[in-house]
Design a protein around this ligand. Structure first.
Ligand SMILES: NC(=O)c1ccc[n+]([C@@H]2O[C@H](COP(=O)([O-])OP(=O)(O)OC[C@H]3O[C@@H](n4cnc5c(N)ncnc54)[C@H](OP(=O)(O)O)[C@@H]3O)[C@@H](O)[C@H]2O)c1
Length: 339
């Protein structure tokens, strides 16, 4: 295949971290990325070049471009952590194949992106591009965190940001395993859809009966694990209302105001603990054969329809900056970029 010399991409405007980031997830990305023409990168040893078909736009991308994520930005580099596309160059047997991949320093919000040749995921032909674009960040996190629930022997678990795409994946896993998944949401209108997916119950944190409903859920299900993407006072209060031995696994901090912890005795007398989860660390620490087996399971779940990525809009790369504010304000579905 003849490759062009140049391409367009949404590149980072700034280096490093934001000083005093607000904690807010931005919807207007114009202050952080710009549409630019730049040279198509040449893969070096161990690298592959991918013609991007679809790129995901996840909360981690929004926090990263605004300098509020766990790794520093590099001005001039394309943004975007993950995507799907065809391998067009590089020293790899996957040349010509459709793969899901994680950008190797070179993000996916671009016509071409670089990947670690050993880390690309060759795709089953029956997988939709909409699912393949976000095959790594949320699905792998859902699988890994659900393993925490399973390994703990918990019969029930709570999770916040319950209507998120990741939350919907957790509900599917729990339903199949016969474990009660109880999402916590802040909008009442999400409850029925999540129950229809298989949630055992739904807690609405803004409802006037939240405290009573929480008591009832604790009494009926006794959830021992809280998978928390929000890290706010609601999460803290839920954790302190959970039974002996409860674990609060914090994997996101969507809230701008952190919680106050006022029942420290529970750590001493009730064996409770707080921990964190980050997919990047999990990937480094997990044997490659285990990761490969989970990748296979993830693809099978999408192919069988057990999982489905809800997509609200696919934005052409050239229009993405103008259309992000409205597209990202929409609820309950993902925005993708089509370079
Ligand atoms: N640690 C890791 O390795 C890892 C990996 C993957 C994902 N994550 C995290 O997982 C979370 C979900 O990701 P996703 O892509 O599935 O999300 P998503 O589909 O984009 O949905 C975001 C969800 O977060 C909720 N939300 C946002 N701000 C909130 C707040 N202040 N209080 C309560 N709920 C809030 C939204 O609720 P509304 O609809 O009410 O706005 C929405 O349901 C994100 O925090 C992401 O960073 C972490």
């Amino acid at each position: 295949m003849t490759l062009p010399d140049t391409m367009t991409a949404l590149v980072l405007r700034e280096d490093g971290y934001a000083s005093g980031g607000s904690g807010d997830m931005p919807t207007d990305l114009a202050p952080f990325v710009e549409l630019t023409t730049l040279a198509v990168p040449q893969p070096k040893e161990g690298q592959a070049l991918i013609k991007v078909a679809r790129a995901a736009v996840n909360p981690s991308d929004l926090m990263f471009v605004s300098g509020q994520y766990g790794q520093p930005r590099k001005a001039g580099m394309p943004a975007g952590f993950e995507g799907v596309g065809e391998v067009v160059a590089g020293d790899t047997p996957l040349l010509g194949q459709r793969v899901s991949f994680f950008g190797l320093g070179w993000g996916t919000w671009a016509e071409y992106a670089m990947a670690d040749a050993r880390m690309m995921i060759p795709l089953r032909p029956d997988l939709r591009d909409e699912d393949a674009a976000g095959l790594i960040v949320n699905p792998m996190t859902a699988m890994a965190m659900f393993d925490i629930v399973r390994a703990d022997g918990a019969g029930a678990f709570l999770f916040t940001a319950g209507g998120s795409q990741l939350g919907k994946f957790l509900i599917g896993l729990a339903k199949d395993a016969g474990i009660a998944a109880i999402p916590v949401v802040r909008r009442t209108e999400q409850a029925e859809a999540l129950k229809a997916l298989g949630a055992a119950d739904v807690l609405v944190s803004t409802a006037s009966d939240f405290a009573d409903r929480t008591k009832a859920v604790m009494a009926e299900h006794g959830p021992r694990i809280l998978l928390d993407a929000v890290a706010d006072q609601v999460a803290a209060d839920l954790f302190f209302a959970m039974p002996r031995g409860a674990r609060w696994v914090c994997y996101g901090r969507l809230a701008t105001t952190p919680p106050r912890l006022d029942q420290m005795g529970q750590f001493i007398f009730m064996g409770k603990r707080i921990e964190g989860f980050w997919l990047s660390s999990w990937m480094r620490e997990t044997p490659p054969e285990t990761v490969a087996a989970i990748v296979g399971e993830v693809q099978a779940r999408f192919a069988s329809g057990a999982w489905h990525t809800d997509v609200s809009e696919v934005l052409p790369l050239a229009e993405a900056l103008d259309r992000f504010p409205k597209a990202l304000a929409a609820k309950d579905a993902k925005v993708l970029i089509a370079p």
